[in-house]
Structure formats: structure tokens, C-alpha cells
Design a protein around this ligand. Structure first.
Ligand SMILES: Cc1ncc(COP(=O)(O)O)c(C=O)c1O
Length: 449
């Protein structure tokens, strides 16, 4: 098929109606990296194992140490800010269990996300239902399961909440300047400052309690000053509330932090600006609790995807634009078909504006003397939009070879589909012996036999 098949449709979540029915294995299998084994060693072994079993499915390796390191970095740099992990970013059991072991809170966007988190034994007070537009049935579900903290940004939402969750603890989400972010969320969500006082009054009239203010500077934020401006805006809303007799006690600074190392602005720079702004506008003696909703920060770099070349075509170029006339630029293009693509793990290339660049590399060692060929990497489906990279220069691959792609943890698995019957990548969580013992993970993971 040569036609673009339209947008990626996320695969249905494997959950059902109530907490009891949520599909989540009681325990989650994990591999321990003992005797100095590294993640690369694990990947190499896994590739051999799969090869000998004629298994050519794509897979992820998840470094739980990577998630732990991110958490330690968060605590060191933002000691006043409690993270509520944004489940939407990656709702894999291994990840959510790790977050629970790290005692983070959770930002849930829907009933199913709340179900998933509660099914891990997380108490409802550790959940913020951080979606401003909520279906009535989801609000009712939150109410009956004790999830009280939730965001809103308009009067209609207040009316819905007053109908079915009168004891909700509300957080007013404000729109902030998100022009420096790759995904602008304030276009869709958040009350303007001009309407904030009116909304606070309306909540009071309806007998609803507003406990704080939230914002999101946009996902993939590229300027730390965005946080300072947004925190200053939040202060203005707190002051409006004070004039109305409200004692708000929660500030939620949202997400937006990059999860990869070579990003434009380092986490440490964001932290410095945030800490400074908090000191100025919400000093510790203000009594305001500060939380955040990081998603990609925690998981992006922890996931490496391994994809297999299951088909290959060699195309003779009529005219090789890249040729410099030397033997090293052969006049043919290699077409490789991978077992994962834009309808699978790599849907981020279309659906996540903050993740536009991926750098696949060969799982095997490449000698510098090896000849490189212009290569196009395709995903497995019949759709021609399913193209992973247009042109990369790599040594010749054979059917059965594996490519690796780093930084694949954010908005990848959760957006992948089984279009054309290609299954979602299998997930192998791994952890070092040290982290295993430090966090006492034996209570929540099974060691894979
Ligand atoms: C309400 C809310 N909170 C948190 C997040 C997580 O953002 P990020 O992954 O950029 O940290 C998002 C992402 O869309 C969001 O909409």
C-alpha cells in the first residue's frame, strides 16, 4: 500500500471496569544484572537467545537504575518539589512499580490510569487527577475511590464536579506562557489569569474547596525562564484567593522537563530557576506544598529499543546524489524493514513533537573501516508513512541483524498500536543488585528464571 493510512490509533489498554478487574500482573518479571553484567551485556545475550529461538519480535530493555538515578537527581536538585509521575507518559507495570517503590505521587489523566495506580496498592491521597476536562463517570470513579485532588479550569467543570464529587480538593490550572515548548498545552488547557478570581468565587458559591494552583509550561520546554514566569503567575492567583478569604496550600508546577542527556537546557538549570522562583514567590514559611508532574524526565533515557531487520531490498540508484565519485559511495540504496516502526514504538516520530530525532545504531560492533551505504529504514506495516529514517549511512545489514535506539521511554509504548498485526515490543526490566537491595524490590518484582 502506498497511501498514508492516517493517524496512529493507540492500542486499547488492557484494563476493565473496576480496580479488581484491572489487568496488572501480581508481580512483574525482572532481570538482575549481577556479576558486573551491563545493560549492553544483557541486550547481547537477549539477542542471542531470541535468535536461537527464532524469535524476531522487537523488545525494550528498561534500566530501573536509570529511573532511580533520575529520582536521586530530582531530590538533590528540587528538594522542595514532590514529583507526581505523569502516568500517561509510560504506564508500563515495571515503571509504575518503580515509581511506587520510590514513593512518588502519581498524576493520572483518566479512570483507567487511576485504576492502574490503585491496583498497585498506592493510596488515593498520592494521586492527583490532573486533567481539566473529565468525563462525569471518571469523576464519579475518582470520588468512590477516594481520589479527591483534581484540576479544573472552567465553570462547566466546576458544575460537573459539584454534581458528583462535592468533597473534591480542587486545583485551578492556569494557562501560562508556553511559547518556548515543543508541545504547547496552554492552547488547550488552563484558565486565563483574568478569569481566575471569578472561577475561585464560583467554586465557593458551589460549596467546592479550591486548595491550590497548577500549570504546565508545555512538554519539551526549552527555556527555564518559563517556570519563573509561571510561578509568578501562580503567586498572583494565590493573592487573588487570599483577598477572597481562601487559604490555598498547594502549588503544582506540572511537567515539561527533558528526559535525555543532550537536551537544550539541563535539568540542573531548570532546577536553579525553579528554586529561585519558589524562594521569591513561595518561600518555605508560606506553608505551600509544592508538587510537579514530570513524565518524560523519569523514563525517556531508561528505555532502549531493539528492533530486528526482517527484510531487505537493494535498490540501484539511477543517480547517486551523495556520491563523491569515490568507491566509498556505492550507487545503491539499501532498504531495510524493521519489526518496529511508526505504528509501533516509534509513533513518537509523528505523535510526540518533542521527540523528532532518533539515532538507530547497530547492535554489533562496527569497525571504522567498514563501508557505509545509504540506507532507508522502514517500519513493518504496509503503509508508506511507516518510514523510520529517510537516509542514514550505515554498514550493510543482513536479515536477522539488530538495531538499537536509545531514549525510547517517553510517549512511545503508550502510543503504539498493533496495526497490521505486528505486536507491541516486549519489555525486559533490568536492575543492578545494588538497587535491587537498596529499594527492597523483591516485594514488587519477580526475578526472571
Ligand atoms: C497535565 C499534564 N501533566 C504532566 C504531563 C507530563 O509532561 P512531561 O512528560 O513533559 O513532563 C503532561 C503531558 O502532556 C500533562 O498534560
Amino acid at each position: 500500500m502506498e497511501e498514508h493510512m492516517g493517524h496512529v490509533i493507540p492500542a486499547p489498554v488492557t484494563t476493565k471496569g473496576s480496580v479488581e478487574q484491572v489487568w496488572f500482573p501480581k508481580n512483574c518479571d525482572i532481570d538482575i544484572l549481577d556479576n558486573g553484567r551491563t545493560i549492553r551485556d544483557f541486550i547481547d545475550i537477549k539477542i542471542k537467545e531470541l535468535g536461537s529461538a527464532d524469535n524476531d519480535e522487537p523488545f525494550y530493555v528498561v534500566s530501573l537504575d536509570g529511573i532511580f538515578e533520575k529520582h536521586l537527581r530530582w531530590r538533590t536538585n528540587l528538594p522542595r518539589v514532590k514529583p507526581f509521575y505523569a502516568v500517561k507518559c509510560n504506564n508500563e507495570a515495571a515503571v509504575l512499580r518503580m515509581m511506587s517503590a520510590l514513593d512518588t505521587g502519581f498524576d493520572c489523566a483518566s479512570k483507567v490510569e487511576i485504576q492502574l495506580v490503585l491496583s498497585l496498592g498506592v493510596t488515593p491521597d498520592k494521586i492527583i487527577y490532573a486533567h481539566t476536562t473529565k468525563p462525569l463517570s471518571h469523576i464519579k470513579y475518582a470520588c468512590t475511590h477516594g481520589v479527591d485532588t483534581m484540576t479544573f479550569d472552567c465553570e462547566d467543570e466546576l458544575l460537573k464536579i459539584s454534581r458528583c464529587h462535592a468533597k473534591a480538593r480542587l486545583v485551578l490550572r492556569i494557562a501560562v506562557d508556553d511559547s518556548a515548548s515543543k508541545i504547547r498545552l496552554s492552547l488547550k488547557f488552563g484558565a486565563r489569569l483574568e478569569s481566575a478570581a471569578q472561577l475561585l468565587c464560583r467554586a465557593g458559591e458551589l460549596g467546592l474547596e479550591v486548595i491550590g494552583v497548577s500549570f504546565h509550561v508545555g512538554s519539551g520546554c526549552t527555556q527555564s525562564s518559563a517556570f519563573k514566569l509561571a510561578i509568578a503567575d501562580a503567586r498572583r492567583v494565590f493573592d487573588m484567593g487570599k483577598l477572597l478569604g481562601l487559604q490555598m496550600s498547594l502549588l503544582d508546577i506540572g511537567g515539561g522537563f527533558s528526559g535525555i542527556e543532550d537536551c537544550l537546557v539541563e535539568f540542573e538549570e531548570f532546577s536553579e530557576v525553579i528554586n529561585g522562583a519558589l524562594e521569591e514567590f513561595f518561600p518555605p514559611d508560606s506553608g505551600v506544598q509544592i508538587i510537579a508532574e514530570p513524565g518524560r524526565y523519569y523514563v525517556d533515557s531508561a528505555f532502549t529499543l531493539a528492533a530486528n531487520v526482517f527484510a531487505k531490498r537493494v535498490i540501484a540508484d539511477d543517480m547517486d546524489e551523495h556520491s563523491d565519485g569515490e568507491d566509498s559511495s556505492p550507487d545503491r540504496t539499501m532498504m531495510y524493514y524493521l519489526n518496529d516502526g511508526l505504528y509501533g514504538s516509534l509513533s513518537c516520530l509523528i505523535n510526540d513533537a518533542a521527540h523528532t530525532n532518533i539515532e538507530p545504531y547497530l547492535a554489533r560492533v562496527v569497525e571504522s573501516s567498514e563501508q557505509r551505504f545509504r540506507s532507508v529504514l522502514w517500519g513493518p506495516t504496509c503503509d508508506s508513512i511507516d518510514k523510520v529514517t529517510d537516509s542514514c549511512w550505515i554498514p550493510e545489514l543482513n536479515v536477522g541483524d539488530w538495531l538499537l535506539i536509545d531514549n525510547m521511554g517517553a510517549y512511545s509504548i503508550c502510543l503504539s498500536t498493533d496495526f497490521n498485526g505486528f505486536e507491541r515490543a516486549h519489555i525486559y526490566p533490568v536492575v543492578s543488585t545494588k538497587t535491587w537491595h537498596t529499594l527492597n524490590l523483591s516485594e514488587i518484582y519477580n526475578i526472571r528464571q
